[in-house]
Write a protein that binds this ligand. Structure first.
Ligand code: GDP
Ligand code: MG
Length: 163
């Protein structure tokens, strides 16, 4: 069985953008408002002759914070069941939110490798702001810009190292 890498995180953090970036082509729909990925997107990716399945999780646009958390729980559940490696993505522009903390807490119970990714760190100037995500109690944060590709090659290397 091919290893499965699942991208989870609250709406609008850039999961689909990262999915497309890792894929190297546009497949998932990226939109300026949350919740556009109606279904899960699956893709087969091969880097350095190591194949894996990448899953982009989405869902309907949650109308309330509560609905969003339900969705996040479902995503986390999917990740727990199907994934071998989890990419937890947060939004460095928005900063750390209570929902990020809640999702991170859910994932902490998962006995699988989790890579913590702070997206939308488009330049050096945004690096400092991303340090607040260490409050999640994690050792390593990967700062990236899915949109511009910054930090993504290193992230892919770290994924491959876990395969
Ligand atoms: P998803 O809901 O988590 O799948 O998020 P999307 O991939 O649909 O992206 C949501 C919004 O964030 C879109 O407007 C993207 O263009 C924007 N976005 C995604 N990645 C980046 C990034 O690295 N930097 C910036 N500045 N914006 C980004
Ligand atoms: Mg999406």
């Amino acid at each position: 069985m091919m290893p499965v890498v699942a991208i989870v995180g609250r709406p609008n953090v850039g999961k689909s953008t990262l999915f497309n970036r890792i894929l190297g082509q546009r497949k998932a729909i990226v939109e300026d408002f949350p919740g556009v990925t109606r279904d899960r997107n699956y893709a087969e990716v091969t880097r350095y002759e190591k194949p894996f399945t990448l899953i982009d999780t989405g869902g309907f646009e949650p109308v309330t914070e509560e609905r969003m958390l339900v969705q996040m729980r479902e995503q986390s559940q999917l990740a727990i069941e199907e994934a071998d490696i989890i990419l937890f993505v947060a939004d460095g522009k928005e900063g750390l939110t209570p929902s990020d903390v809640e999702v991170a807490q859910m994932l902490r119970r998962v006995d699988k490798p989790i890579l913590y990714v702070v997206n939308k760190v488009d330049g050096d100037a945004q690096e400092v702001g991303a340090t607040e995500f260490y409050a999640l109690g994690v050792e390593t944060i990967h700062t990236i810009s899915a949109e511009h590709g910054r930090g993504v090659p290193d992230l892919i290397d770290d994924i491959l190292a876990l395969l």
